[in-house]
Write a protein that binds this ligand. Sequence first.
Ligand code: NAD
Ligand code: FES
Length: 272
Amino acid sequence: MFKMTEKRKLAEKEYEIWVEAPRVAEKAKPGQFVILRTTAFGERIPLTIVKTDPLSGRVCLIFQVIGKSTAELAALNPNDRLQDFVGPLGMPSEIKNYGTVLLVGGGVGIAALFPIVKGLKEAGNRVITVLGAKTRELVILKEECRAFSDQLIVMTDDGSDGNQGLVTAAMEDVFLRETVDVAWAIGPSVMMKFAAKMAQNYDVPIYVSLNPIMIDGTGMCGGCRVTVADSVKFACVDGPEFLGTEVNWEEFIQRMKQYSREETDSYEAYIR
Ligand code: NAD
Ligand code: FES
């Protein structure tokens, strides 16, 4: 069992938690994730590792309540224990000195982007970070990202923070202004799809992080399969990062909606 030591509400339906898991804290690299279960009968939830504190053996995760399982996780309190906490899983991000990198995070996807921002800055890159969210309250980890960025651009749908507009508009401004060697985009599927198109227009390679349903997380069940460069890949072991221009977005977006009715029914029954 894995003790939750801290829980903090970041925004409406968004929480940061710290969990005691010394072996995960010691080994985790940017881009990797864990799969957790709150109870023995719970659904497996994959979540990207946001921060670690190897000294205290703790791992930080940020999640949005989107259904029954994430609502159950949000209902836990410090000193409560999680049934399972498996990781670090997946291939780490390729952190090295590329030159100038553009990092784009949308909504709660900013949490998954943050360790890559930090890693690429520490590797000596010039880091330009674009954060996008619906409103100012949902621009999470802004100061943490600023601390590891040479330039931070904020975009909100309603203009309540930074500039009004989508992250892709900010990406285009950067591409028109300067040479970018590589980009990352992490957020909702539709955002990653259009971020990949924008980067392709300017011949910039771009990585995205795919978050399909996962079950075992070790390449055995096939639940997380995605089509990349016309081949079947398993996001849990081959990814979660792939070149955004090679992802079959139509199929991915369709598969992400596959169980939406069951998810809604289950969440509504839980709330009742
Ligand atoms: P959101 O819907 O508020 O979108 C965040 C930002 O993405 C927007 O402000 C906008 O700038 C950009 N965006 C949205 N649609 C766009 C489009 N068509 N073109 C260009 N830019 C666009 O974000 P949210 O509600 O926090 O998102 C939650 C989603 O993020 C969930 O579906 C979750 O599955 C996903 N998510 C993905 C990862 C990952 O690893 N890929 C991690 C965490 C969350
Ligand atoms: Fe089972 Fe990836 S989660 S193969």
